[in-house]
Design a protein around this ligand. Structure first.
Ligand SMILES: NC(=O)c1ccc[n+]([C@@H]2O[C@H](COP(=O)([O-])OP(=O)(O)OC[C@H]3O[C@@H](n4cnc5c(N)ncnc54)[C@H](O)[C@@H]3O)[C@@H](O)[C@H]2O)c1
Length: 287
C-alpha cells in the first residue's frame, strides 16, 4: 500500500508507547486515525492533541473482549467508511514461572496479548479481503522468537502472534492485503509498568528475587527509558506497510541467540539457555 493519505488506520494500545507513536506517524501521513486503548484518560489527552492536525476517533476498548473489538470495527466504518491499516499493538507484560503463575495471570496476558490480536484479525481481515486492500501489523516481540525465564504467558502469547501472522501471510498470498509481524527488542515505553493495566480482580504472584536481583532489575527499568524511541519503530512500520515486508525487528541484540535456536531445531539437538530477559538487557546496555 503506497498511498496512505486519506486512508484509515486503527491502532490499539494507542494511548502510550509504540501505539501512540504509530498514531502520530499515521496522522503525519494524512491518514484518519482510530486510537483505541483501555486507559480512557491518557487516551483522550493524546487523541485531543492529534485531533489538532488529523481526523481522529478515540475509543475506549478492551481488546480482550470480542464484543469491544466488534464495536471498534463498527465505529471505524461508521465514521470513516473503511479500515485500511490495523495495528494490533495493545499488550501487557506479565507472568512468572510456569510452576507458580496463577491461572488469572495466564488469562489476563493471553487475553490481551494473544486473544486481542486474534479478535482484531478475525474482525478486520474479512473487510480488508472484501475491499482487496489493507495491511495488518501484529505486534509480537523477540519473546515470540525466544523463550525467556519467568515470563511464560508472555512468551506463549507472542509465539502465538507470530504463528497467527505467518498463517495470515500464507492465506493472503495473491491478494492486496498484507501482514507484518513486529518483533521489538527493547523500546523506551511503559511496558515495564504494565501492572497499571491489571484488572482489580486478578491474583498476581510476583516472582521472588534476591536483593541483588532486585537491584539489577531496578537499574534495568531505569535504563529502559533510554532505549530505542518508539518514533523510530513507527518509521519501520510505515516502511513495512509500503513495501509489504513481513518481519520487522527493531534491533540486532537477539539475532545470535535466534540463530542458535534455529540451528538446534534443524540439528534436532538442544536449545540455548537464555535466563531472564533482564540479563540480556543488562548485557546489551553494558556492552
Ligand atoms: N517496549 C518494548 O521493549 C517491547 C518489546 C517487545 C514487545 N513489545 C510489545 O509492544 C506493544 C506495545 O507496548 P509498549 O511497549 O508500547 O507499552 P506501553 O505500556 O507503553 O503501551 C501499551 C498500551 O496498551 C494498552 N493496553 C493494555 N491493556 C489493554 C487492553 N486490554 N485493551 C486495550 N489496550 C490495552 C495500555 O493502556 C498502553 O496504552 C505490546 O504488545 C508489547 O508487548 C514491547
Amino acid at each position: 500500500m503506497q498511498d496512505l493519505a486519506g486512508k484509515t488506520a486503527v491502532v490499539t494500545g494507542a494511548a502510550s508507547g509504540m501505539g501512540l507513536a504509530f498514531a502520530e506517524t499515521f496522522a503525519d501521513e494524512g491518514m484518519n486515525v482510530v486510537m483505541a486503548d483501555v486507559e480512557a484518560g491518557p487516551l483522550q489527552i493524546e487523541a485531543d492533541r492529534l485531533a489538532e492536525t488529523a481526523d481522529v476517533l478515540a475509543l475506549t476498548v478492551d481488546v480482550s473482549s470480542l464484543e469491544a473489538v466488534h464495536d471498534m470495527f463498527d465505529a471505524t466504518v461508521d465514521r470513516f467508511g473503511a479500515a485500511h491499516v490495523l495495528c494490533n499493538n495493545a499488550g501487557v507484560g506479565g507472568g512468572g514461572p510456569v510452576a507458580e503463575c496463577s491461572v488469572d495471570m495466564w488469562e489476563w496476558v493471553l487475553g490481551v496479548d494473544l486473544w486481542g490480536v486474534i479478535y482484531g484479525c478475525k474482525t478486520f481481515l474479512p473487510h480488508m479481503l472484501a475491499q482487496n486492500e489493507g495491511h495488518i501489523i501484529n505486534t509480537a516481540s523477540v519473546a515470540g522468537q525466544l523463550c525467556f525465564t519467568n515470563m511464560a504467558p508472555y512468551n506463549v502469547a507472542k509465539f502465538g502472534v507470530v504463528a497467527l501472522s505467518e498463517t495470515i501471510a500464507e492465506e493472503t498470498t495473491g491478494t492486496d492485503v498484507g501482514v507484518s509481524c513486529l518483533c521489538p527488542g527493547f523500546v523506551a515505553t511503559k511496558i515495564a509498568d504494565s501492572a497499571r493495566n491489571l484488572p482489580e480482580d486478578i491474583a498476581v504472584k510476583i516472582p521472588e528475587r534476591s536483593e541483588e536481583e532486585e537491584v539489577i532489575r531496578e537499574a534495568v527499568l531505569e535504563a529502559f527509558s533510554t532505549q530505542k524511541p518508539p518514533a523510530e519503530v513507527a518509521e519501520l512500520v510505515i516502511n513495512a506497510i509500503r513495501d509489504n515486508q513481513f518481519w520487522i525487528f527493531t534491533d540486532q541484540v537477539f539475532q545470535g541467540r535466534m540463530a542458535e535456536r534455529h540451528d538446534g531445531i534443524i540439528a534436532g539437538t538442544d536449545r540455548p539457555i537464555l535466563g531472564e530477559l533482564w540479563n540480556i538487557f543488562s548485557e546489551s546496555t553494558t556492552g
